[in-house]
Design a protein around this ligand. Sequence first.
Ligand code: MD6
Ligand code: FE
Length: 219
Amino acid sequence: MACTLDLFGGDDPVQHGRVALGPQAVVLRGYALPVVDELLAGVDAVTAQAPFRHMETPGGYTMSVALTNCGGLGWTTDARGYRYSRIDPQSGQPWPAMPQSFLRLAADAAAEAGFPGFAPDACLVNRYEPGSRLSLHQDRNERDYAAPIVSVSLGMPAMFLFGGDARADRAERVPLFHGDVVVWGGVDRLRYHGVMPLQDLPHPQLGSVRINFTIRKAG
Ligand code: MD6
Ligand code: FE
């Protein structure tokens, strides 16, 4: 996969600007870079209270991506299905509060992408290691599809797959880098998407880890 390796090539200057993925879906390159340290402090605060864990899918598989949540509602999966819950099933306690830095970035990015007034109540935090992947899925456990989803990528790069409204539709490959923010909603809200298995391309600050968090209005 020479093209992947080229895209991920070592010391390219940091990219800025917008990449349209659809009429209402956009990558804001490097948008989170000015606040990365605050975001990482937020991730540490969340995971101190609600550690990353590998959840089971309804199909009986263990996810290769480890996850946790913050905000009033958290996304979980187990043998009984996917759902949002106010309680962390591992601790029996509410999920940690959403860090202010997450809320501010999400509202700013959403407005920048044409979704003013974004008021999220949920944030799913994913941790990828080399080989971790996320199979094609739709985000459809939220109650109301009017609000967009804001997705922040930190650490190692990943090849994101952005497909259509049907699972079989051809998926575009979009590399996501440290500091990139993806916003999508509206007509693109239910597009299939996923992440290819991560290559081990250690990030200077985070090492062999990719953190992605997606900020949503779930309830
Ligand atoms: C990831 N992201 O980038 C996985 N879902 O690691 C998602 O599944 C996702 O980035 C909805 C909206 C944006 C996303
Ligand atoms: Fe998703």
